[in-house]
Design a protein around this ligand. Sequence first.
Ligand SMILES: NC(=O)C1=CN([C@@H]2O[C@H](COP(=O)(O)OP(=O)(O)OC[C@H]3O[C@@H](n4cnc5c(N)ncnc54)[C@H](O)[C@@H]3O)[C@@H](O)[C@H]2O)[C@@H](O)CC1
Ligand SMILES: Nc1ncnc2c1ncn2[C@@H]1O[C@H](COP(=O)(O)OP(=O)(O)O)[C@@H](O)[C@H]1O
Ligand SMILES: [K+]
Length: 494
Amino acid sequence: MNRVEPVLTPSEIKQAEVRAIAEGISGLELMRRAGRAVADWAERMASKDAHILVAAGPGQNGGDGFVVAALLAQRGYRVSLALLGQMDRLTGDAAEAAKDWAGSVIPAEEAPFHEADVIIDALFGTGLSRDLEGLARRTVERMDAAGKPILAVDLPSGLDGETGQARGAVVRASRTVTFGARKPCHLLMPGRSYCGPVEVDDIGIGSAVLAESGRLFANQPALWGGVLPRPGLDSHKYERGHTLVASGGAARTGAARLAARAALRIGSGLVTIASPPEAIGVNAAQLTAVMLKGCDGPEGLHAILTDERFNSLVLGPALGVHAATRAMVAVAVQARRSLVLDADALTSFEGFGSELRQAFRHGPTVLTPHTGEFSRLFKDHPDILDPPSKVERARRAAAYTGAVVVLKGPDTVIAAPGGRAAINENGTPYLATAGSGDTLCGVIAGLMAQGLPAFEAACAGVWIHAEAGASFGPGLIAEDLADLLPGVLRELLR
Ligand SMILES: NC(=O)C1=CN([C@@H]2O[C@H](COP(=O)(O)OP(=O)(O)OC[C@H]3O[C@@H](n4cnc5c(N)ncnc54)[C@H](O)[C@@H]3O)[C@@H](O)[C@H]2O)[C@@H](O)CC1
Ligand SMILES: Nc1ncnc2c1ncn2[C@@H]1O[C@H](COP(=O)(O)OP(=O)(O)O)[C@@H](O)[C@H]1O
Ligand SMILES: [K+]
């Protein structure tokens, strides 16, 4: 994909529809287009003699279901339709669309899910507003338990469109057809795991979608590929930046070397490890292109940073959880270099949450917590930890600290203090391996060393790191990652 892909929340997509309607298309026409898109996909899932069962809900998602049922019947399929709710309670475009359906309407409690070859799930879409209970919940559970291929209309019923969380029960779809743009639930976990492949049909609201977008994106090369560093013919190494990575003590040096090697591979012109005196021997024995400098705590770091050429720093991996680590962070912040803080540099601030308020607003800073580090860091901030949406949690943390926040996991969210955010989806569970996060720090810092702004560096770094991991797959260890970066870069820079 070479266009930036906006991701719209349920309320944003509603606004986009309103905008499209104001521009001249009727709501009913949008629903008919949505239904047609789903019917086209259903045809790819069903043989000509298939029995297709449409489960329609009480709102406009159900309206789409009526359109699908009528179209598939017209196209010669054996179609039945079960309705959760009453025909005479349907409203708006759904009430109109239901008139297209001439067949009988089965009450949801009698829906013959086991007899269907393909099920169209049109129970609930973006309008799900509370946990499923009673008949609604039982219907979702029965549909799911039937073990038939399910094509979800807009999103699998029971998923919260904004958060990707299941609300009581949720359908596991074989495929999902959504309209205008993907919603957060299609990318965030666990939602993504319920959707199957997600198809986006424009239904004629593309320009309205773009007008409503601007805050949340799928993390793809289109978002940052244009600013990826490309050395010029006459570039010299100092123009490509100098990354400094702080090492832990003699028994904890590996994390820094992983980050350093990744920074070098991603293109930082020079990379130096700042090592405690007692660990210099261990580090020296294992470094070649990466350089080494002695660094005794915060004072040592301060002294090194008098050399302005160190323009990007990694602090945290295996640095130790203590006051000296906090002091090193303070030195780095004062020095106003690009900064990536991870692991121990984050955990050292546990319980010092208020110190972090806008602490990083002066320079480009990226925080890369996994869920555990995030919870520890903001343990006294329910306003940051409590929102059910991972995007919102990351955004609030970014606004609070003034840093770009990379909230890691299978659905890593990158958020900037101003609210811009992206969700990553090209990873692999094989990245869940010791040292993988250290490598990510190095990639991001190495990109910032080459001049990328913090948000773009974080987004690009997360994607490239994930792509490298996915390209290797089973058996991946963190040592592999840096050497997989050139292959990913080569493709990106082609
Ligand atoms: N013209 C339109 O209105 C269009 C609507 N579209 C479809 O409309 C959907 C959104 O429609 P709605 O906003 O009506 O929302 P939904 O149809 O997703 O759900 C709302 C309905 O479900 C009920 N409900 C919500 N939570 C419930 C719960 N926990 N238990 C039981 N009932 C519950 C509500 O009372 C309401 O009747 C989209 O997902 C999309 O599929 C698309 O076809 C595009 C055009
Ligand atoms: N199931 C998963 N799918 C995709 N990526 C994952 C998964 N689990 C972890 N990752 C990624 O692996 C990396 C792990 O980082 P982290 O937890 O800091 O590991 P470590 O501290 O061992 O270096 C992060 O980039 C994270 O997004
Ligand atoms: K649905």
